[in-house]
Design a protein around this ligand. Structure first.
Ligand code: BES
Ligand code: MN
Ligand code: ZN
Length: 497
């Protein structure tokens, strides 16, 4: 698969000399930024006149495009609003960058430069957000069409920072690796289920390992999965004509040789029909995204590999379809998980937890310092949080604090839910097995799903991210968001500090 490549670099020359097809500078409400003032001088006061006349509003995301004949090195100038100076934040930065990029995208420009950094107090945090904003607008899925859509022509992006120190250089490299990882996640998740089967997902892991020698990938087949005793995973897979795969990724830097790993576990249901507990037909196509957790693990590994971070991470992906058939698991069937605990399958559509529970048991064998699973697990999380915020569930306060800090920094939002044992665990009781796979009542669906998973992590620090609402966007802009790759990468990168 070909990645949509966008290249970022750091330009350290004086702003008016910088040559670009399109230069983006900022304006606050009623006021130019310091960079814009420099350009204003080179243009003999044109911009300050436009502030006075009201053509430059400074409102967040408002863009005034100008074509410039002389005075500065760039052909086009976009003056983008950053809002009120005293209210400036990375959220405003992101919004401004996205609108400017949309305007540049519909122009003939092939290169695009941003001179917005002087406003940012924490460049290490702002630069990846800026880069991510550009990449989110420019990402294009290579859809199979009779006539290929013209490739994105805006591929060269410069971040202009006259002082450009090593922190800035590092942050640009970090942002570049992040969006390369996110592009992989989006490409994998956007593929239709007939072109992204469990076998294809396994091949994608092997291709990643081939491209980056610091990543190892092992793909287990059905016989090998059976040998491990993953009865819950195989119960979901048994109704499908597609063969299941269990993917094991390892990223280990030499300097982290003896470190206990972080284990990332991604739900890899390449298509979720619901099985015998069949889903209704509306928007069922979106269930191709039910491997979004798996895709986020692969994307995070791509970024880790490119950055060569001094860390040790294991990635685990149970990959299968969830189909109804004569061989499918039925409501009421009792199955035995790898942990030995038995499960009464009350609803075959609650399949994510069945494949994850065996992957979590497998994860404990690495004696990890933390386990984080990522899953499009419940529709209920969308009812609770909508499409901007992922659900966070954990048995460990320190791990929770780390994930919340990364979420806050990357603006990849999460909200924590309680998983109080006394209240929620009894809801999984079954008369016919150690537990049911759903709770008897309809309430707290996302929480009882998390409580089910918690039964398989023993005493290891564990967190579960329910990304059913955040992993993709519906409607006209339908597509993978690659969330929570920004959160995961920052979490791994800052685990020690
Ligand atoms: N993959 C779905 C969750 C989902 C639903 C993701 C809608 C995105 C949008 C999951 O496997 C599922 O079907 N969950 C059930 C659980 C229920 C049967 C307890 C659900 O949420 O309805
Ligand atoms: Mn389901
Ligand atoms: Zn599912």
């Amino acid at each position: 698969m070909k990645l949509n490549q966008i290249h970022f670099d750091l330009a350290k020359e004086q702003l008016h000399q910088h040559q670009s097809d399109c230069l983006v500078i900022g304006a606050f409400e009623g006021k130019l930024t310091v960079s814009s003032e420099k350009v204003d001088q080179a243009l003999k006061g044109l911009l300050s006149d436009l502030v006075k006349s009201g053509d430059i509003t400074g409102k967040v995301g408002d863009v005034l495009p100008l074509v410039i004949a002389e005075g500065i090195g760039s052909k086009r100038l976009l003056i983008v609003g950053l809002g009120k100076e005293e209210e400036f934040s990375v959220d405003h930065l992101r919004k401004a960058v996205m609108s400017a990029t949309r305007v540049a995208k519909s122009s003939p420009a092939k290169s695009l430069s941003f001179a917005l950094l002087e406003q940012c107090k924490n460049k290490g945090k702002s630069i990846p957000i800026l880069i991510q904003a550009v990449a989110d607008v420019l990402y294009q899925f290579n859809a199979p069409r009779k006539e290929a859509v013209k490739a994105q022509q805006l591929t060269q992006i410069h971040i202009v920072d006259e002082k450009g120190n090593s922190e800035v250089t590092k942050a640009v490299a970090y942002g570049q690796a992040l969006i390369n990882g996110m592009a992989l996640t989006k490409d994998l998740a956007n593929m239709p289920a007939n072109m992204m089967t469990p076998t294809d997902l396994g091949d994608a892991a092997l291709a990643l390992a081939k491209k980056f020698p610091n990543v190892k990938a092992t793909v287990l087949n059905k016989a090998e999965i059976k040998k491990l005793g993953m009865g819950a995973f195989l119960a979901v897979a048994q109704g499908s004509a597609e063969k299941p795969r269990f993917i094991v990724l390892e990223y280990r830097h030499d300097k982290a040789k003896d470190e206990a790993p972080i284990a990332l576990v991604g739900k890899g249901v390449t298509f979720d029909t619901g099985g015998i507990s069949l889903k209704p037909g509306a928007a069922m196509d979106e269930m191709k995204y039910d491997m979004g957790g798996a895709a986020s693990v692969l994307g995070t590994f791509r970024a880790l590999a490119e950055l060569n971070l001094e860390t040790h991470v294991i990635g685990l992906i149970p990959a299968t379809e969830n189909m109804p058939s004569g061989e499918a698991v039925k409501p009421g069937d009792v199955i035995t998980s790898m942990s030995g605990q038995t499960i009464e399958v009350l609803n075959t559509d609650a399949e994510g937890r069945l494949i994850l529970c065996d992957a979590l048991t497998y994860a404990t064998h690495f004696k990890p310092k933390a386990i984080v699973d990522i899953a499009t697990l419940t529709g209920a999380i969308i009812i609770a949080l909508g499409h901007e915020v992922s659900g966070l569930f954990s048995n460990n306060e320190d791990l929770t604090a780390k994930l919340k800090a990364s979420s806050e920094k990357t603006r990849d939002h999460v909200w924590q839910f309680p998983i109080w044992k006394e209240i929620y665990q009894p809801m999984l009781d079954s008369n016919f097995a150690d537990m049911g796979n759903i709770s008897a009542g309809r309430g707290a669906g996302s929480i009882t799903a998390a409580c089910f998973l918690e039964r398989f992590v023993e005493e290891y620090p564990w967190a579960h991210l329910d990304v059913a609402g955040t992993a993709w966007t519906s409607g006209k802009e339908k597509g993978s968001t690659a969330r929570p790759v920004p959160l995961l990468l920052d979490f791994i990168n800052s685990f020690h500090s």
